[in-house]
Each structure stands twice: as C-alpha cells, then as structure tokens.
Design a protein. Structure first.
Length: 415
C-alpha cells in the first residue's frame, strides 16, 4: 500500500501511530484517523483526506466508517449528495448492528421530509432490529407505527407499551439524542393513555413489570385512577339525566376510548341526549343510523336527525349532509346540493373559528390550527364549486347570500 500519509505531520504520538497503522491497512485506524482529519483533531482539517480514509476503511467492512461515509453522502459533505449511496453504506453498517445506522435507516424510510422513498415495510425491518438492541429511538418509532397502524394492526395499547419502554430506556441510557423532543414524546404518551380504559392500562402495567421505573409506574397508575374516576362520574351524571354527560359517555362507547367499545350503548345514550335536543348527539345519532352502527341502517332516520342538528346550526351535521348528497347515500347524487351544504358549513365554521380565535388570541399553536382548518375548508369548497356549471353557481350564490354575502362573494371569486 502506498505510504500516502508520510508527509502529514501530527501533533501527538497517538496520531502518528494511527498514521502508521493506517498505512499498514488497519481499518479501525483508518476510520479513527479519518475522524481526526474531519474534525481537525491533531492534524490540519482535511475533508478530502477524511473521505478517502473513510472509504478505505468502509471497503474493508468497518461498520463505523461505513456509517460515517453514509452520513457524508446523506449530507453532501465532501462528496456529491447521493441518498442511494448513503442507504447502501448505512445498510452495510446496520447489518453489523451499528445502532446509529439502524436509526438513520428507520427514519429515511419513514419520513418524507428526508426526501428519500417512503417504505414503511423496509423501515419496520430496521425498527425491529433496533428494538432487539434495546434502542430507545426504535421503540418510540415502533410506538408511532402501532398508533398510526403503519404496516401493523393499529393498537393504542401496544403504542403506549412501546412508548413507555422507549422513554424508560432513554432515561436509563443518559442519551442526549432525543433531548429536544422528549417533552413532546411524553405529552404524546399521556395523550394516548387518555384513549385507554383502566383495564387496558392495568394490562400494560403487568407487561411492563420487568422494565418499569417508579416514575412511569406512577404515571400509568395515575392515568388508570383518573380514567376510573372520569368514567364513573360520567356514568353517574348520565344516569341522572345530564345531557352533556350522556353525549360524552356515548362518544366514548362509540370510539372505545377509556371504556370498552359498545355501539349499542352508544346509540342508547346518543338517543337519550338527542331526544333532549342536544345538537351534537342528534348529529352522531344520524351518523349511527347512516352507517348501521348500534342500530339497523336507516337513511330516513339518519336524514331526520341530521336535519334536527342542522336546525341548531351544527356545521359538522351540514358537512355530513353534504357527504350524503355527494356520495348518493340514500338519495340521488346531487353535486349542487352537496356544495350548498358544504358552503353552509363553511359559513358557520367561519363564525365559530372567529370566536374561537378571539378566545385563544394568546395561543399561537391554536391560532395556527384554526387558520389551517379554515384554509382547508375553503380549498375543498372552492374546488367543488368549480365543478358546477355557471348557472348552478349563480343559483347557489342566490341561495347562500342570505347567510353572509361577503363570505359568499369571496368563495366564488376567481371561479
């Protein structure tokens, strides 16, 4: 091998030893020396030399050098950016159980903002390999996959289990890798716990027994007790005729949040609240009739209850009505009528969002969410209005003008 480093002075004995070993073809020494050239540690900083040494070491199969070379291709530092080349070297390193390469591959195949091809099946392979190595990052990613149902069956319980395992492992490792995200991850875990029943949380606690720490045992126990208290309180109030409690408890039975999913009980409670004139319950009852959940499917009953809710200016009921006309559920498809109800919903939501924005004027995140919701509604409606004939658009303008002429003019502008 050519003695390509003999003229490169180093400032310490260890550095000279690395040069001698590198010239002799020692892959580990080549990687360590590359890192010195990359950082300018004891030698003049030389990115080209660092890349050359990384490559020599990587081609001999040294996992750390393969990962470092992959990162250079990922970032386009010292080489032309090439994600395929980066993935190639990450894989060669990852099959040797290099934890950071496993993390990089998991993210590259998961997140679109990294600009590589999304492949959740491929990502899951590397995530599971990371879990086998007890990597907190991999456990937290697996928790997200279970929560979203990405190439695995959706399971809030498994999501909470792996999120808790991941946070425990992160704390025990003393790693700083996730330090900027840990508060958000913790909030996400607490939010997911809110979707489970006390019995489900108890099962998770039993499964976590070999790993759980006092901090997370307390967190799950508190969530379990809060859940029991909340559900018992809702049941007591609902049985006493409290219409809002009937509605909230019915929603939980319908979604299976904090209580076992029970469509029939959801129907019974929605019906009780709807009979007392609660708009949200009337809307949800209409949806149950529409989809045949907890009750036999009946389009006429669905329309009846949606109209009751619409009479109380419920925008979500208006959107449901729009969907019925657009899809032709229980009626002929009517795009014009679908647009009418979508526009009515937009007008109503515009008022609601305006009031909400005033109430949350100091909450920037909430204001951003409200603005995003309004923009999405406007974009959907504008697209659907553009599909109508000019005479149909004029007819809609006339029908809608009685609600808010200025909003209508802006909606139809440029169509």
């Amino acid at each position: 091998m050519l003695d390509i480093f003999k003229n490169k002075a180093v400032s310490d004995k260890e550095g000279q030893d690395l040069i001698d070993r590198s010239n002799a073809g020692d892959a580990e020494a080549q990687c360590l020396l590359a890192e010195r050239y990359y950082h300018g540690d004891g030698v003049s900083k030389d990115l080209d030399k660092a890349i050359e040494l990384y490559r020599l070491s990587a081609e001999q199969g040294y996992a750390r050098a393969q990962r470092n070379l992959a990162v250079r291709y990922l970032e386009g530092e010292g080489v032309v950016k090439n994600l395929d080349e980066a993935v190639k070297w990450f894989k060669l390193s990852a099959i040797q159980n290099d934890s950071r390469s496993i993390m990089y591959l998991s993210e590259l195949f998961t997140y679109k903002d990294l600009h590589y091809k999304i492949d959740n099946n491929e990502a899951l392979i590397w995530i599971r390999q990371g879990v086998k190595q007890n990597l907190s990052h991999s456990m937290l990613l697996l928790a997200d996959y279970y929560y979203e149902g990405l190439v695995v069956s959706q399971s809030i319980m498994k999501s909470v289990y792996w999120a808790t395992r991941g946070l425990i492992m992160w704390k025990e490792s003393g790693s700083n890798d996730l330090i900027n995200h840990i508060s958000g991850i913790r909030e996400s875990l607490e939010s997911r716990l809110d979707e489970l029943s006390s019995d489900e949380i108890e099962l998770i606690l039993l499964k976590l027994e070999p790993y759980i720490t006092a901090e997370f045992r307390e967190l799950l126990h508190k969530s379990k007790q809060d859940t029991k208290s909340l559900i018992n309180d809702l049941i007591s109030k609902a049985n006493s005729g409290d219409v809002e409690a009937q509605y909230l408890l019915a929603k939980r039975y319908n979604a299976g949040k904090k209580i076992g999913k029970n469509p029939a009980e959801a129907f019974r409670l929605f019906k009780q609240a709807a009979d007392q004139g609660f708009a949200g319950a009337q809307r949800e009852l209409g949806k149950l009739y529409l989809n045949g959940e907890g009750v036999k499917q009946d389009y006429q009953e669905a329309m009846k209850w949606l109209k009751f809710s619409i009479d109380q200016s419920d925008p979500d009921a208006m959107l449901e009505m729009s969907s019925l006309y657009r899809l032709g559920k229980g009626m002929m498809i009517d795009k014009k009528e679908a647009c009418y109800w979508e526009a009515r919903a937009f007008i109503q939501k515009s008022y609601s969002l305006f009031v909400d924005a005033i109430k949350n004027s100091n909450n920037e995140q909430r204001l951003d969410d409200l603005n995003s919701e309004k923009i999405n509604l406007a974009m959907s409606l504008s697209f659907n209005l553009a599909q109508l004939q000019p005479e149909e658009q004029e007819e809609l303008k006339s029908r809608l003008g009685i609600y808010d002429e200025n909003i209508i003019k802006n909606l139809f502008k440029g169509i």
